[in-house]
Design a protein around this ligand. Structure first.
Ligand SMILES: C[S@@+](CC[C@H](N)C(=O)[O-])C[C@H]1O[C@@H](n2cnc3c(N)ncnc32)[C@H](O)[C@@H]1O
Length: 260
């Protein structure tokens, strides 16, 4: 389980953000800082929202934030179609239309956003308190937009460990689909990971408990589990899927409940 202590602190970029930064610092058990650290991860709280930043030893700075309401991600999600998006086909959206999907590894919410835009009702689960804070900030900014966001009303965010949540959800309402996108294995050769993956790996490391998550997901989903993997990677926990949808760099492995 990642520790919120992995961040050096929380920096209010402007005076107006100090109270928000203080509240967040209390919640995460982190300290408030007055300037960006020379090295390491920190949260920056500014007018444009909350971002997670990584200062590298070479003093480069990388930053990520959850963008649901604007930017490239929102543009892509806004122009997505159920047949055009491999993730939507893998989740069965073109065939079944609206579905109840649990995104058990929410991250920055991009996959969940696409699914919600295409009509799915999506519960997002995220166990890292730092990533959860970024997501809440993304939701908050999106909800303050003027245009109607029917897709946002279809998204529900829950903090906590998905393995635990999935094991208990059968008593409430079983999701038709559980979607998993655990941290990719660390690359040992080839291209360096992108900025987002560098930051996520610095905060969270790579998944070593994805096998138990897959097991809980397969027990919870009434129709299927969809696992996002790098195109060339081994199947998660060595479990072969029933079929695969292969994209340029990503693959979606589909485990059907009815075939078990
Ligand atoms: C690669 S990221 C997911 C990216 C996401 N699909 C997106 O579109 O932004 C993986 C995320 O899953 C979360 N995660 C991994 N295992 C989890 C678990 N058992 N319960 C909840 N969250 C988990 C990690 O904290 C991390 O934020």
């Amino acid at each position: 389980m990642p520790k919120p202590g992995a961040i050096v602190g929380i920096l209010p970029i402007v005076a107006e953000c100090r109270a928000t930064a203080q509240g967040l610092a209390r919640r995460l058990g982190a300290k408030l800082i007055d300037s960006s650290p020379t090295e390491g991860l920190y949260l920056a709280c500014g007018i444009e929202g909350l971002s997670l930043r990584l200062r590298t030893v070479r003093r480069r700075e990388l930053a990520i934030r959850a963008e649901l309401g604007g930017g490239r991600q929102a543009y892509r999600a806004g122009h997505a179609s159920p047949r055009g998006e491999a993730i939507a086909r893998a989740c069965g959206l073109p065939r079944y239309g609206s579905r109840y999907v649990v995104d058990a590894t929410a991250g920055l919410g991009r996959d969940a956003h696409i699914l919600a835009r295409l009509g799915a009702r999506v519960t997002l689960l995220e166990r890292s308190p730092v990533i959860l804070a970024l997501l809440e900030d993304g939701f908050d900014r999106a909800s303050r937009q003027t245009q109607s966001l029917d897709w946002l009303a279809r998204m529900r965010l829950i903090g906590g460990d998905a393995t635990v949540w999935l094991r208990s959800c059968a008593t409430v309402q079983r999701p038709e689909v559980v979607f998993l996108d655990p941290m990719y294995p660390r690359q040992t050769k080839g291209a360096a990971p992108g900025k987002e993956m560098q930051i996520l790996q610095a905060l969270l490391g790579t998944a070593d408990d994805a096998g138990s998550l897959l097991q809980a997901a397969r027990a919870a989903a009434s129709d299927r589990v969809v696992v996002k993997r790098p195109r060339q990677a081994e199947p998660l926990a060595g479990e072969s899927p029933h079929y695969r949808i292969i994209g340029r760099s990503t693959r979606f492995d589909v485990y059907l409940h009815s075939c078990e």
